[in-house]
Design a protein around this ligand. Structure first.
Ligand SMILES: [Ca+2]
Ligand SMILES: [Ca+2]
Length: 292
């Protein structure tokens, strides 16, 4: 509905501009018409004034042999929305407790752990084909051993829990279950670094090349920055505060499916925690380019 209104408005705007500039040269008229019709339209924006369950759900899952246990509903202060931002945390409980997260490959249950964390996904809530996604976030105390906070995208046909539709049957990272990492801070890279990438499917379940189309970028992680990815023709363009920092050429076409967003804070090894681990998210946005 909203898109239809935009198209109607764009049509009338074009008509007015065409009439207004009709007395000038033909080239100028065409330029005006093109500029007026290729504009970005926001179709999803969450400012995290509240935790909106129309946009998000928790995901309790065990991947990458991670050390933490994901818990729902902000238990143990792992997820909080306050003062206009979302906080996702890894919390050290000081003593081990059972964990119900299951390994997506083997079905094995996560062992007891003293570390709990937050992970939310927009799966079956907000999913979009191509366009441009942006998240404004920061991470304090970066570079602590084991830290692994991330903002990324996954194909909507992914077969990992929660499975809510019959077509969610595709294993990672095949088409339909493709992955794009827009911001991923792995402590092995040191503080004030993040990675962005397109995972290149190698054609089999659980088989993806995560280094071939990867950027490792410096940034002051404890300050808010905008981390985005945009489909530009067949390229994926990654930006830091709207400045292009990486272009994964000819990768955009590998993601024809709708994608959903994931925001999570993982703990990638069993290093002890000595400081607070928190990823703070100011907002998330998806836009599409209206090119008609
Ligand atoms: Ca679905
Ligand atoms: Ca906000």
């Amino acid at each position: 509905m909203e898109r239809t209104n935009v198209l109607v408005k764009t049509f009338f705007l074009s008509l007015v501009l065409t009439l207004f500039f009709g007395c000038k040269g033909g080239n100028e008229k065409n330029n005006v018409a093109q500029e007026s019709t290729a504009s970005w339209q926001v179709d999803f924006f969450d400012d995290f004034d509240t935790f909106n369950e129309d946009n998000w759900q928790d995901q309790m899952i065990w991947v990458n042999n991670e050390d933490q246990c994901y818990v729902p509903d902000g238990q143990f202060n792992t997820r909080e929305v306050s003062n206009g931002t979302l906080k996702l945390r890894v919390v050290d409980l000081g003593e081990k407790r059972p964990c119900d997260n299951l390994d997506v490959k083997t079905g094995a249950q996560h062992p007891e752990t003293q570390y709990v964390a937050g992970r939310i996904i927009s799966k079956n809530r907000k999913e979009f084909i191509k366009g441009k996604w942006t998240v404004r976030l920061k991470v304090e105390n970066s570079g602590q051993p084991g830290m692994f906070p991330a903002w990324w995208l996954l194909g909507a046909l992914n077969n990992e829990p929660p499975v809510e539709d019959d077509d969610e049957t595709v294993c990672w990272p095949l088409t339909g279950s493709g992955e794009i990492d827009v911001f991923e801070h792995h402590s092995d890279g040191g503080s004030n670094h993040y990675a962005a990438r397109a995972i290149v499917s190698l054609g089999e379940c659980q088989s993806g090349d995560w280094q071939g189309k990867m950027l490792v970028q410096e940034a002051t992680l404890d300050e808010f920055h905008d981390y985005s990815v945009e489909w530009d023709g067949n390229d994926l363009v990654f930006r830091l505060d709207e400045t292009e920092v990486y272009r994964a050429e000819d990768q955009g076409g590998n993601y024809p499916e709708p994608l959903f967003a994931i925001l999570n804070f993982a703990k990638i090894n069993d290093s002890p925690m000595t400081q607070n681990w928190e990823m703070e998210v100011d907002w998330i946005k998806h836009e599409y380019k209206n090119e008609k």
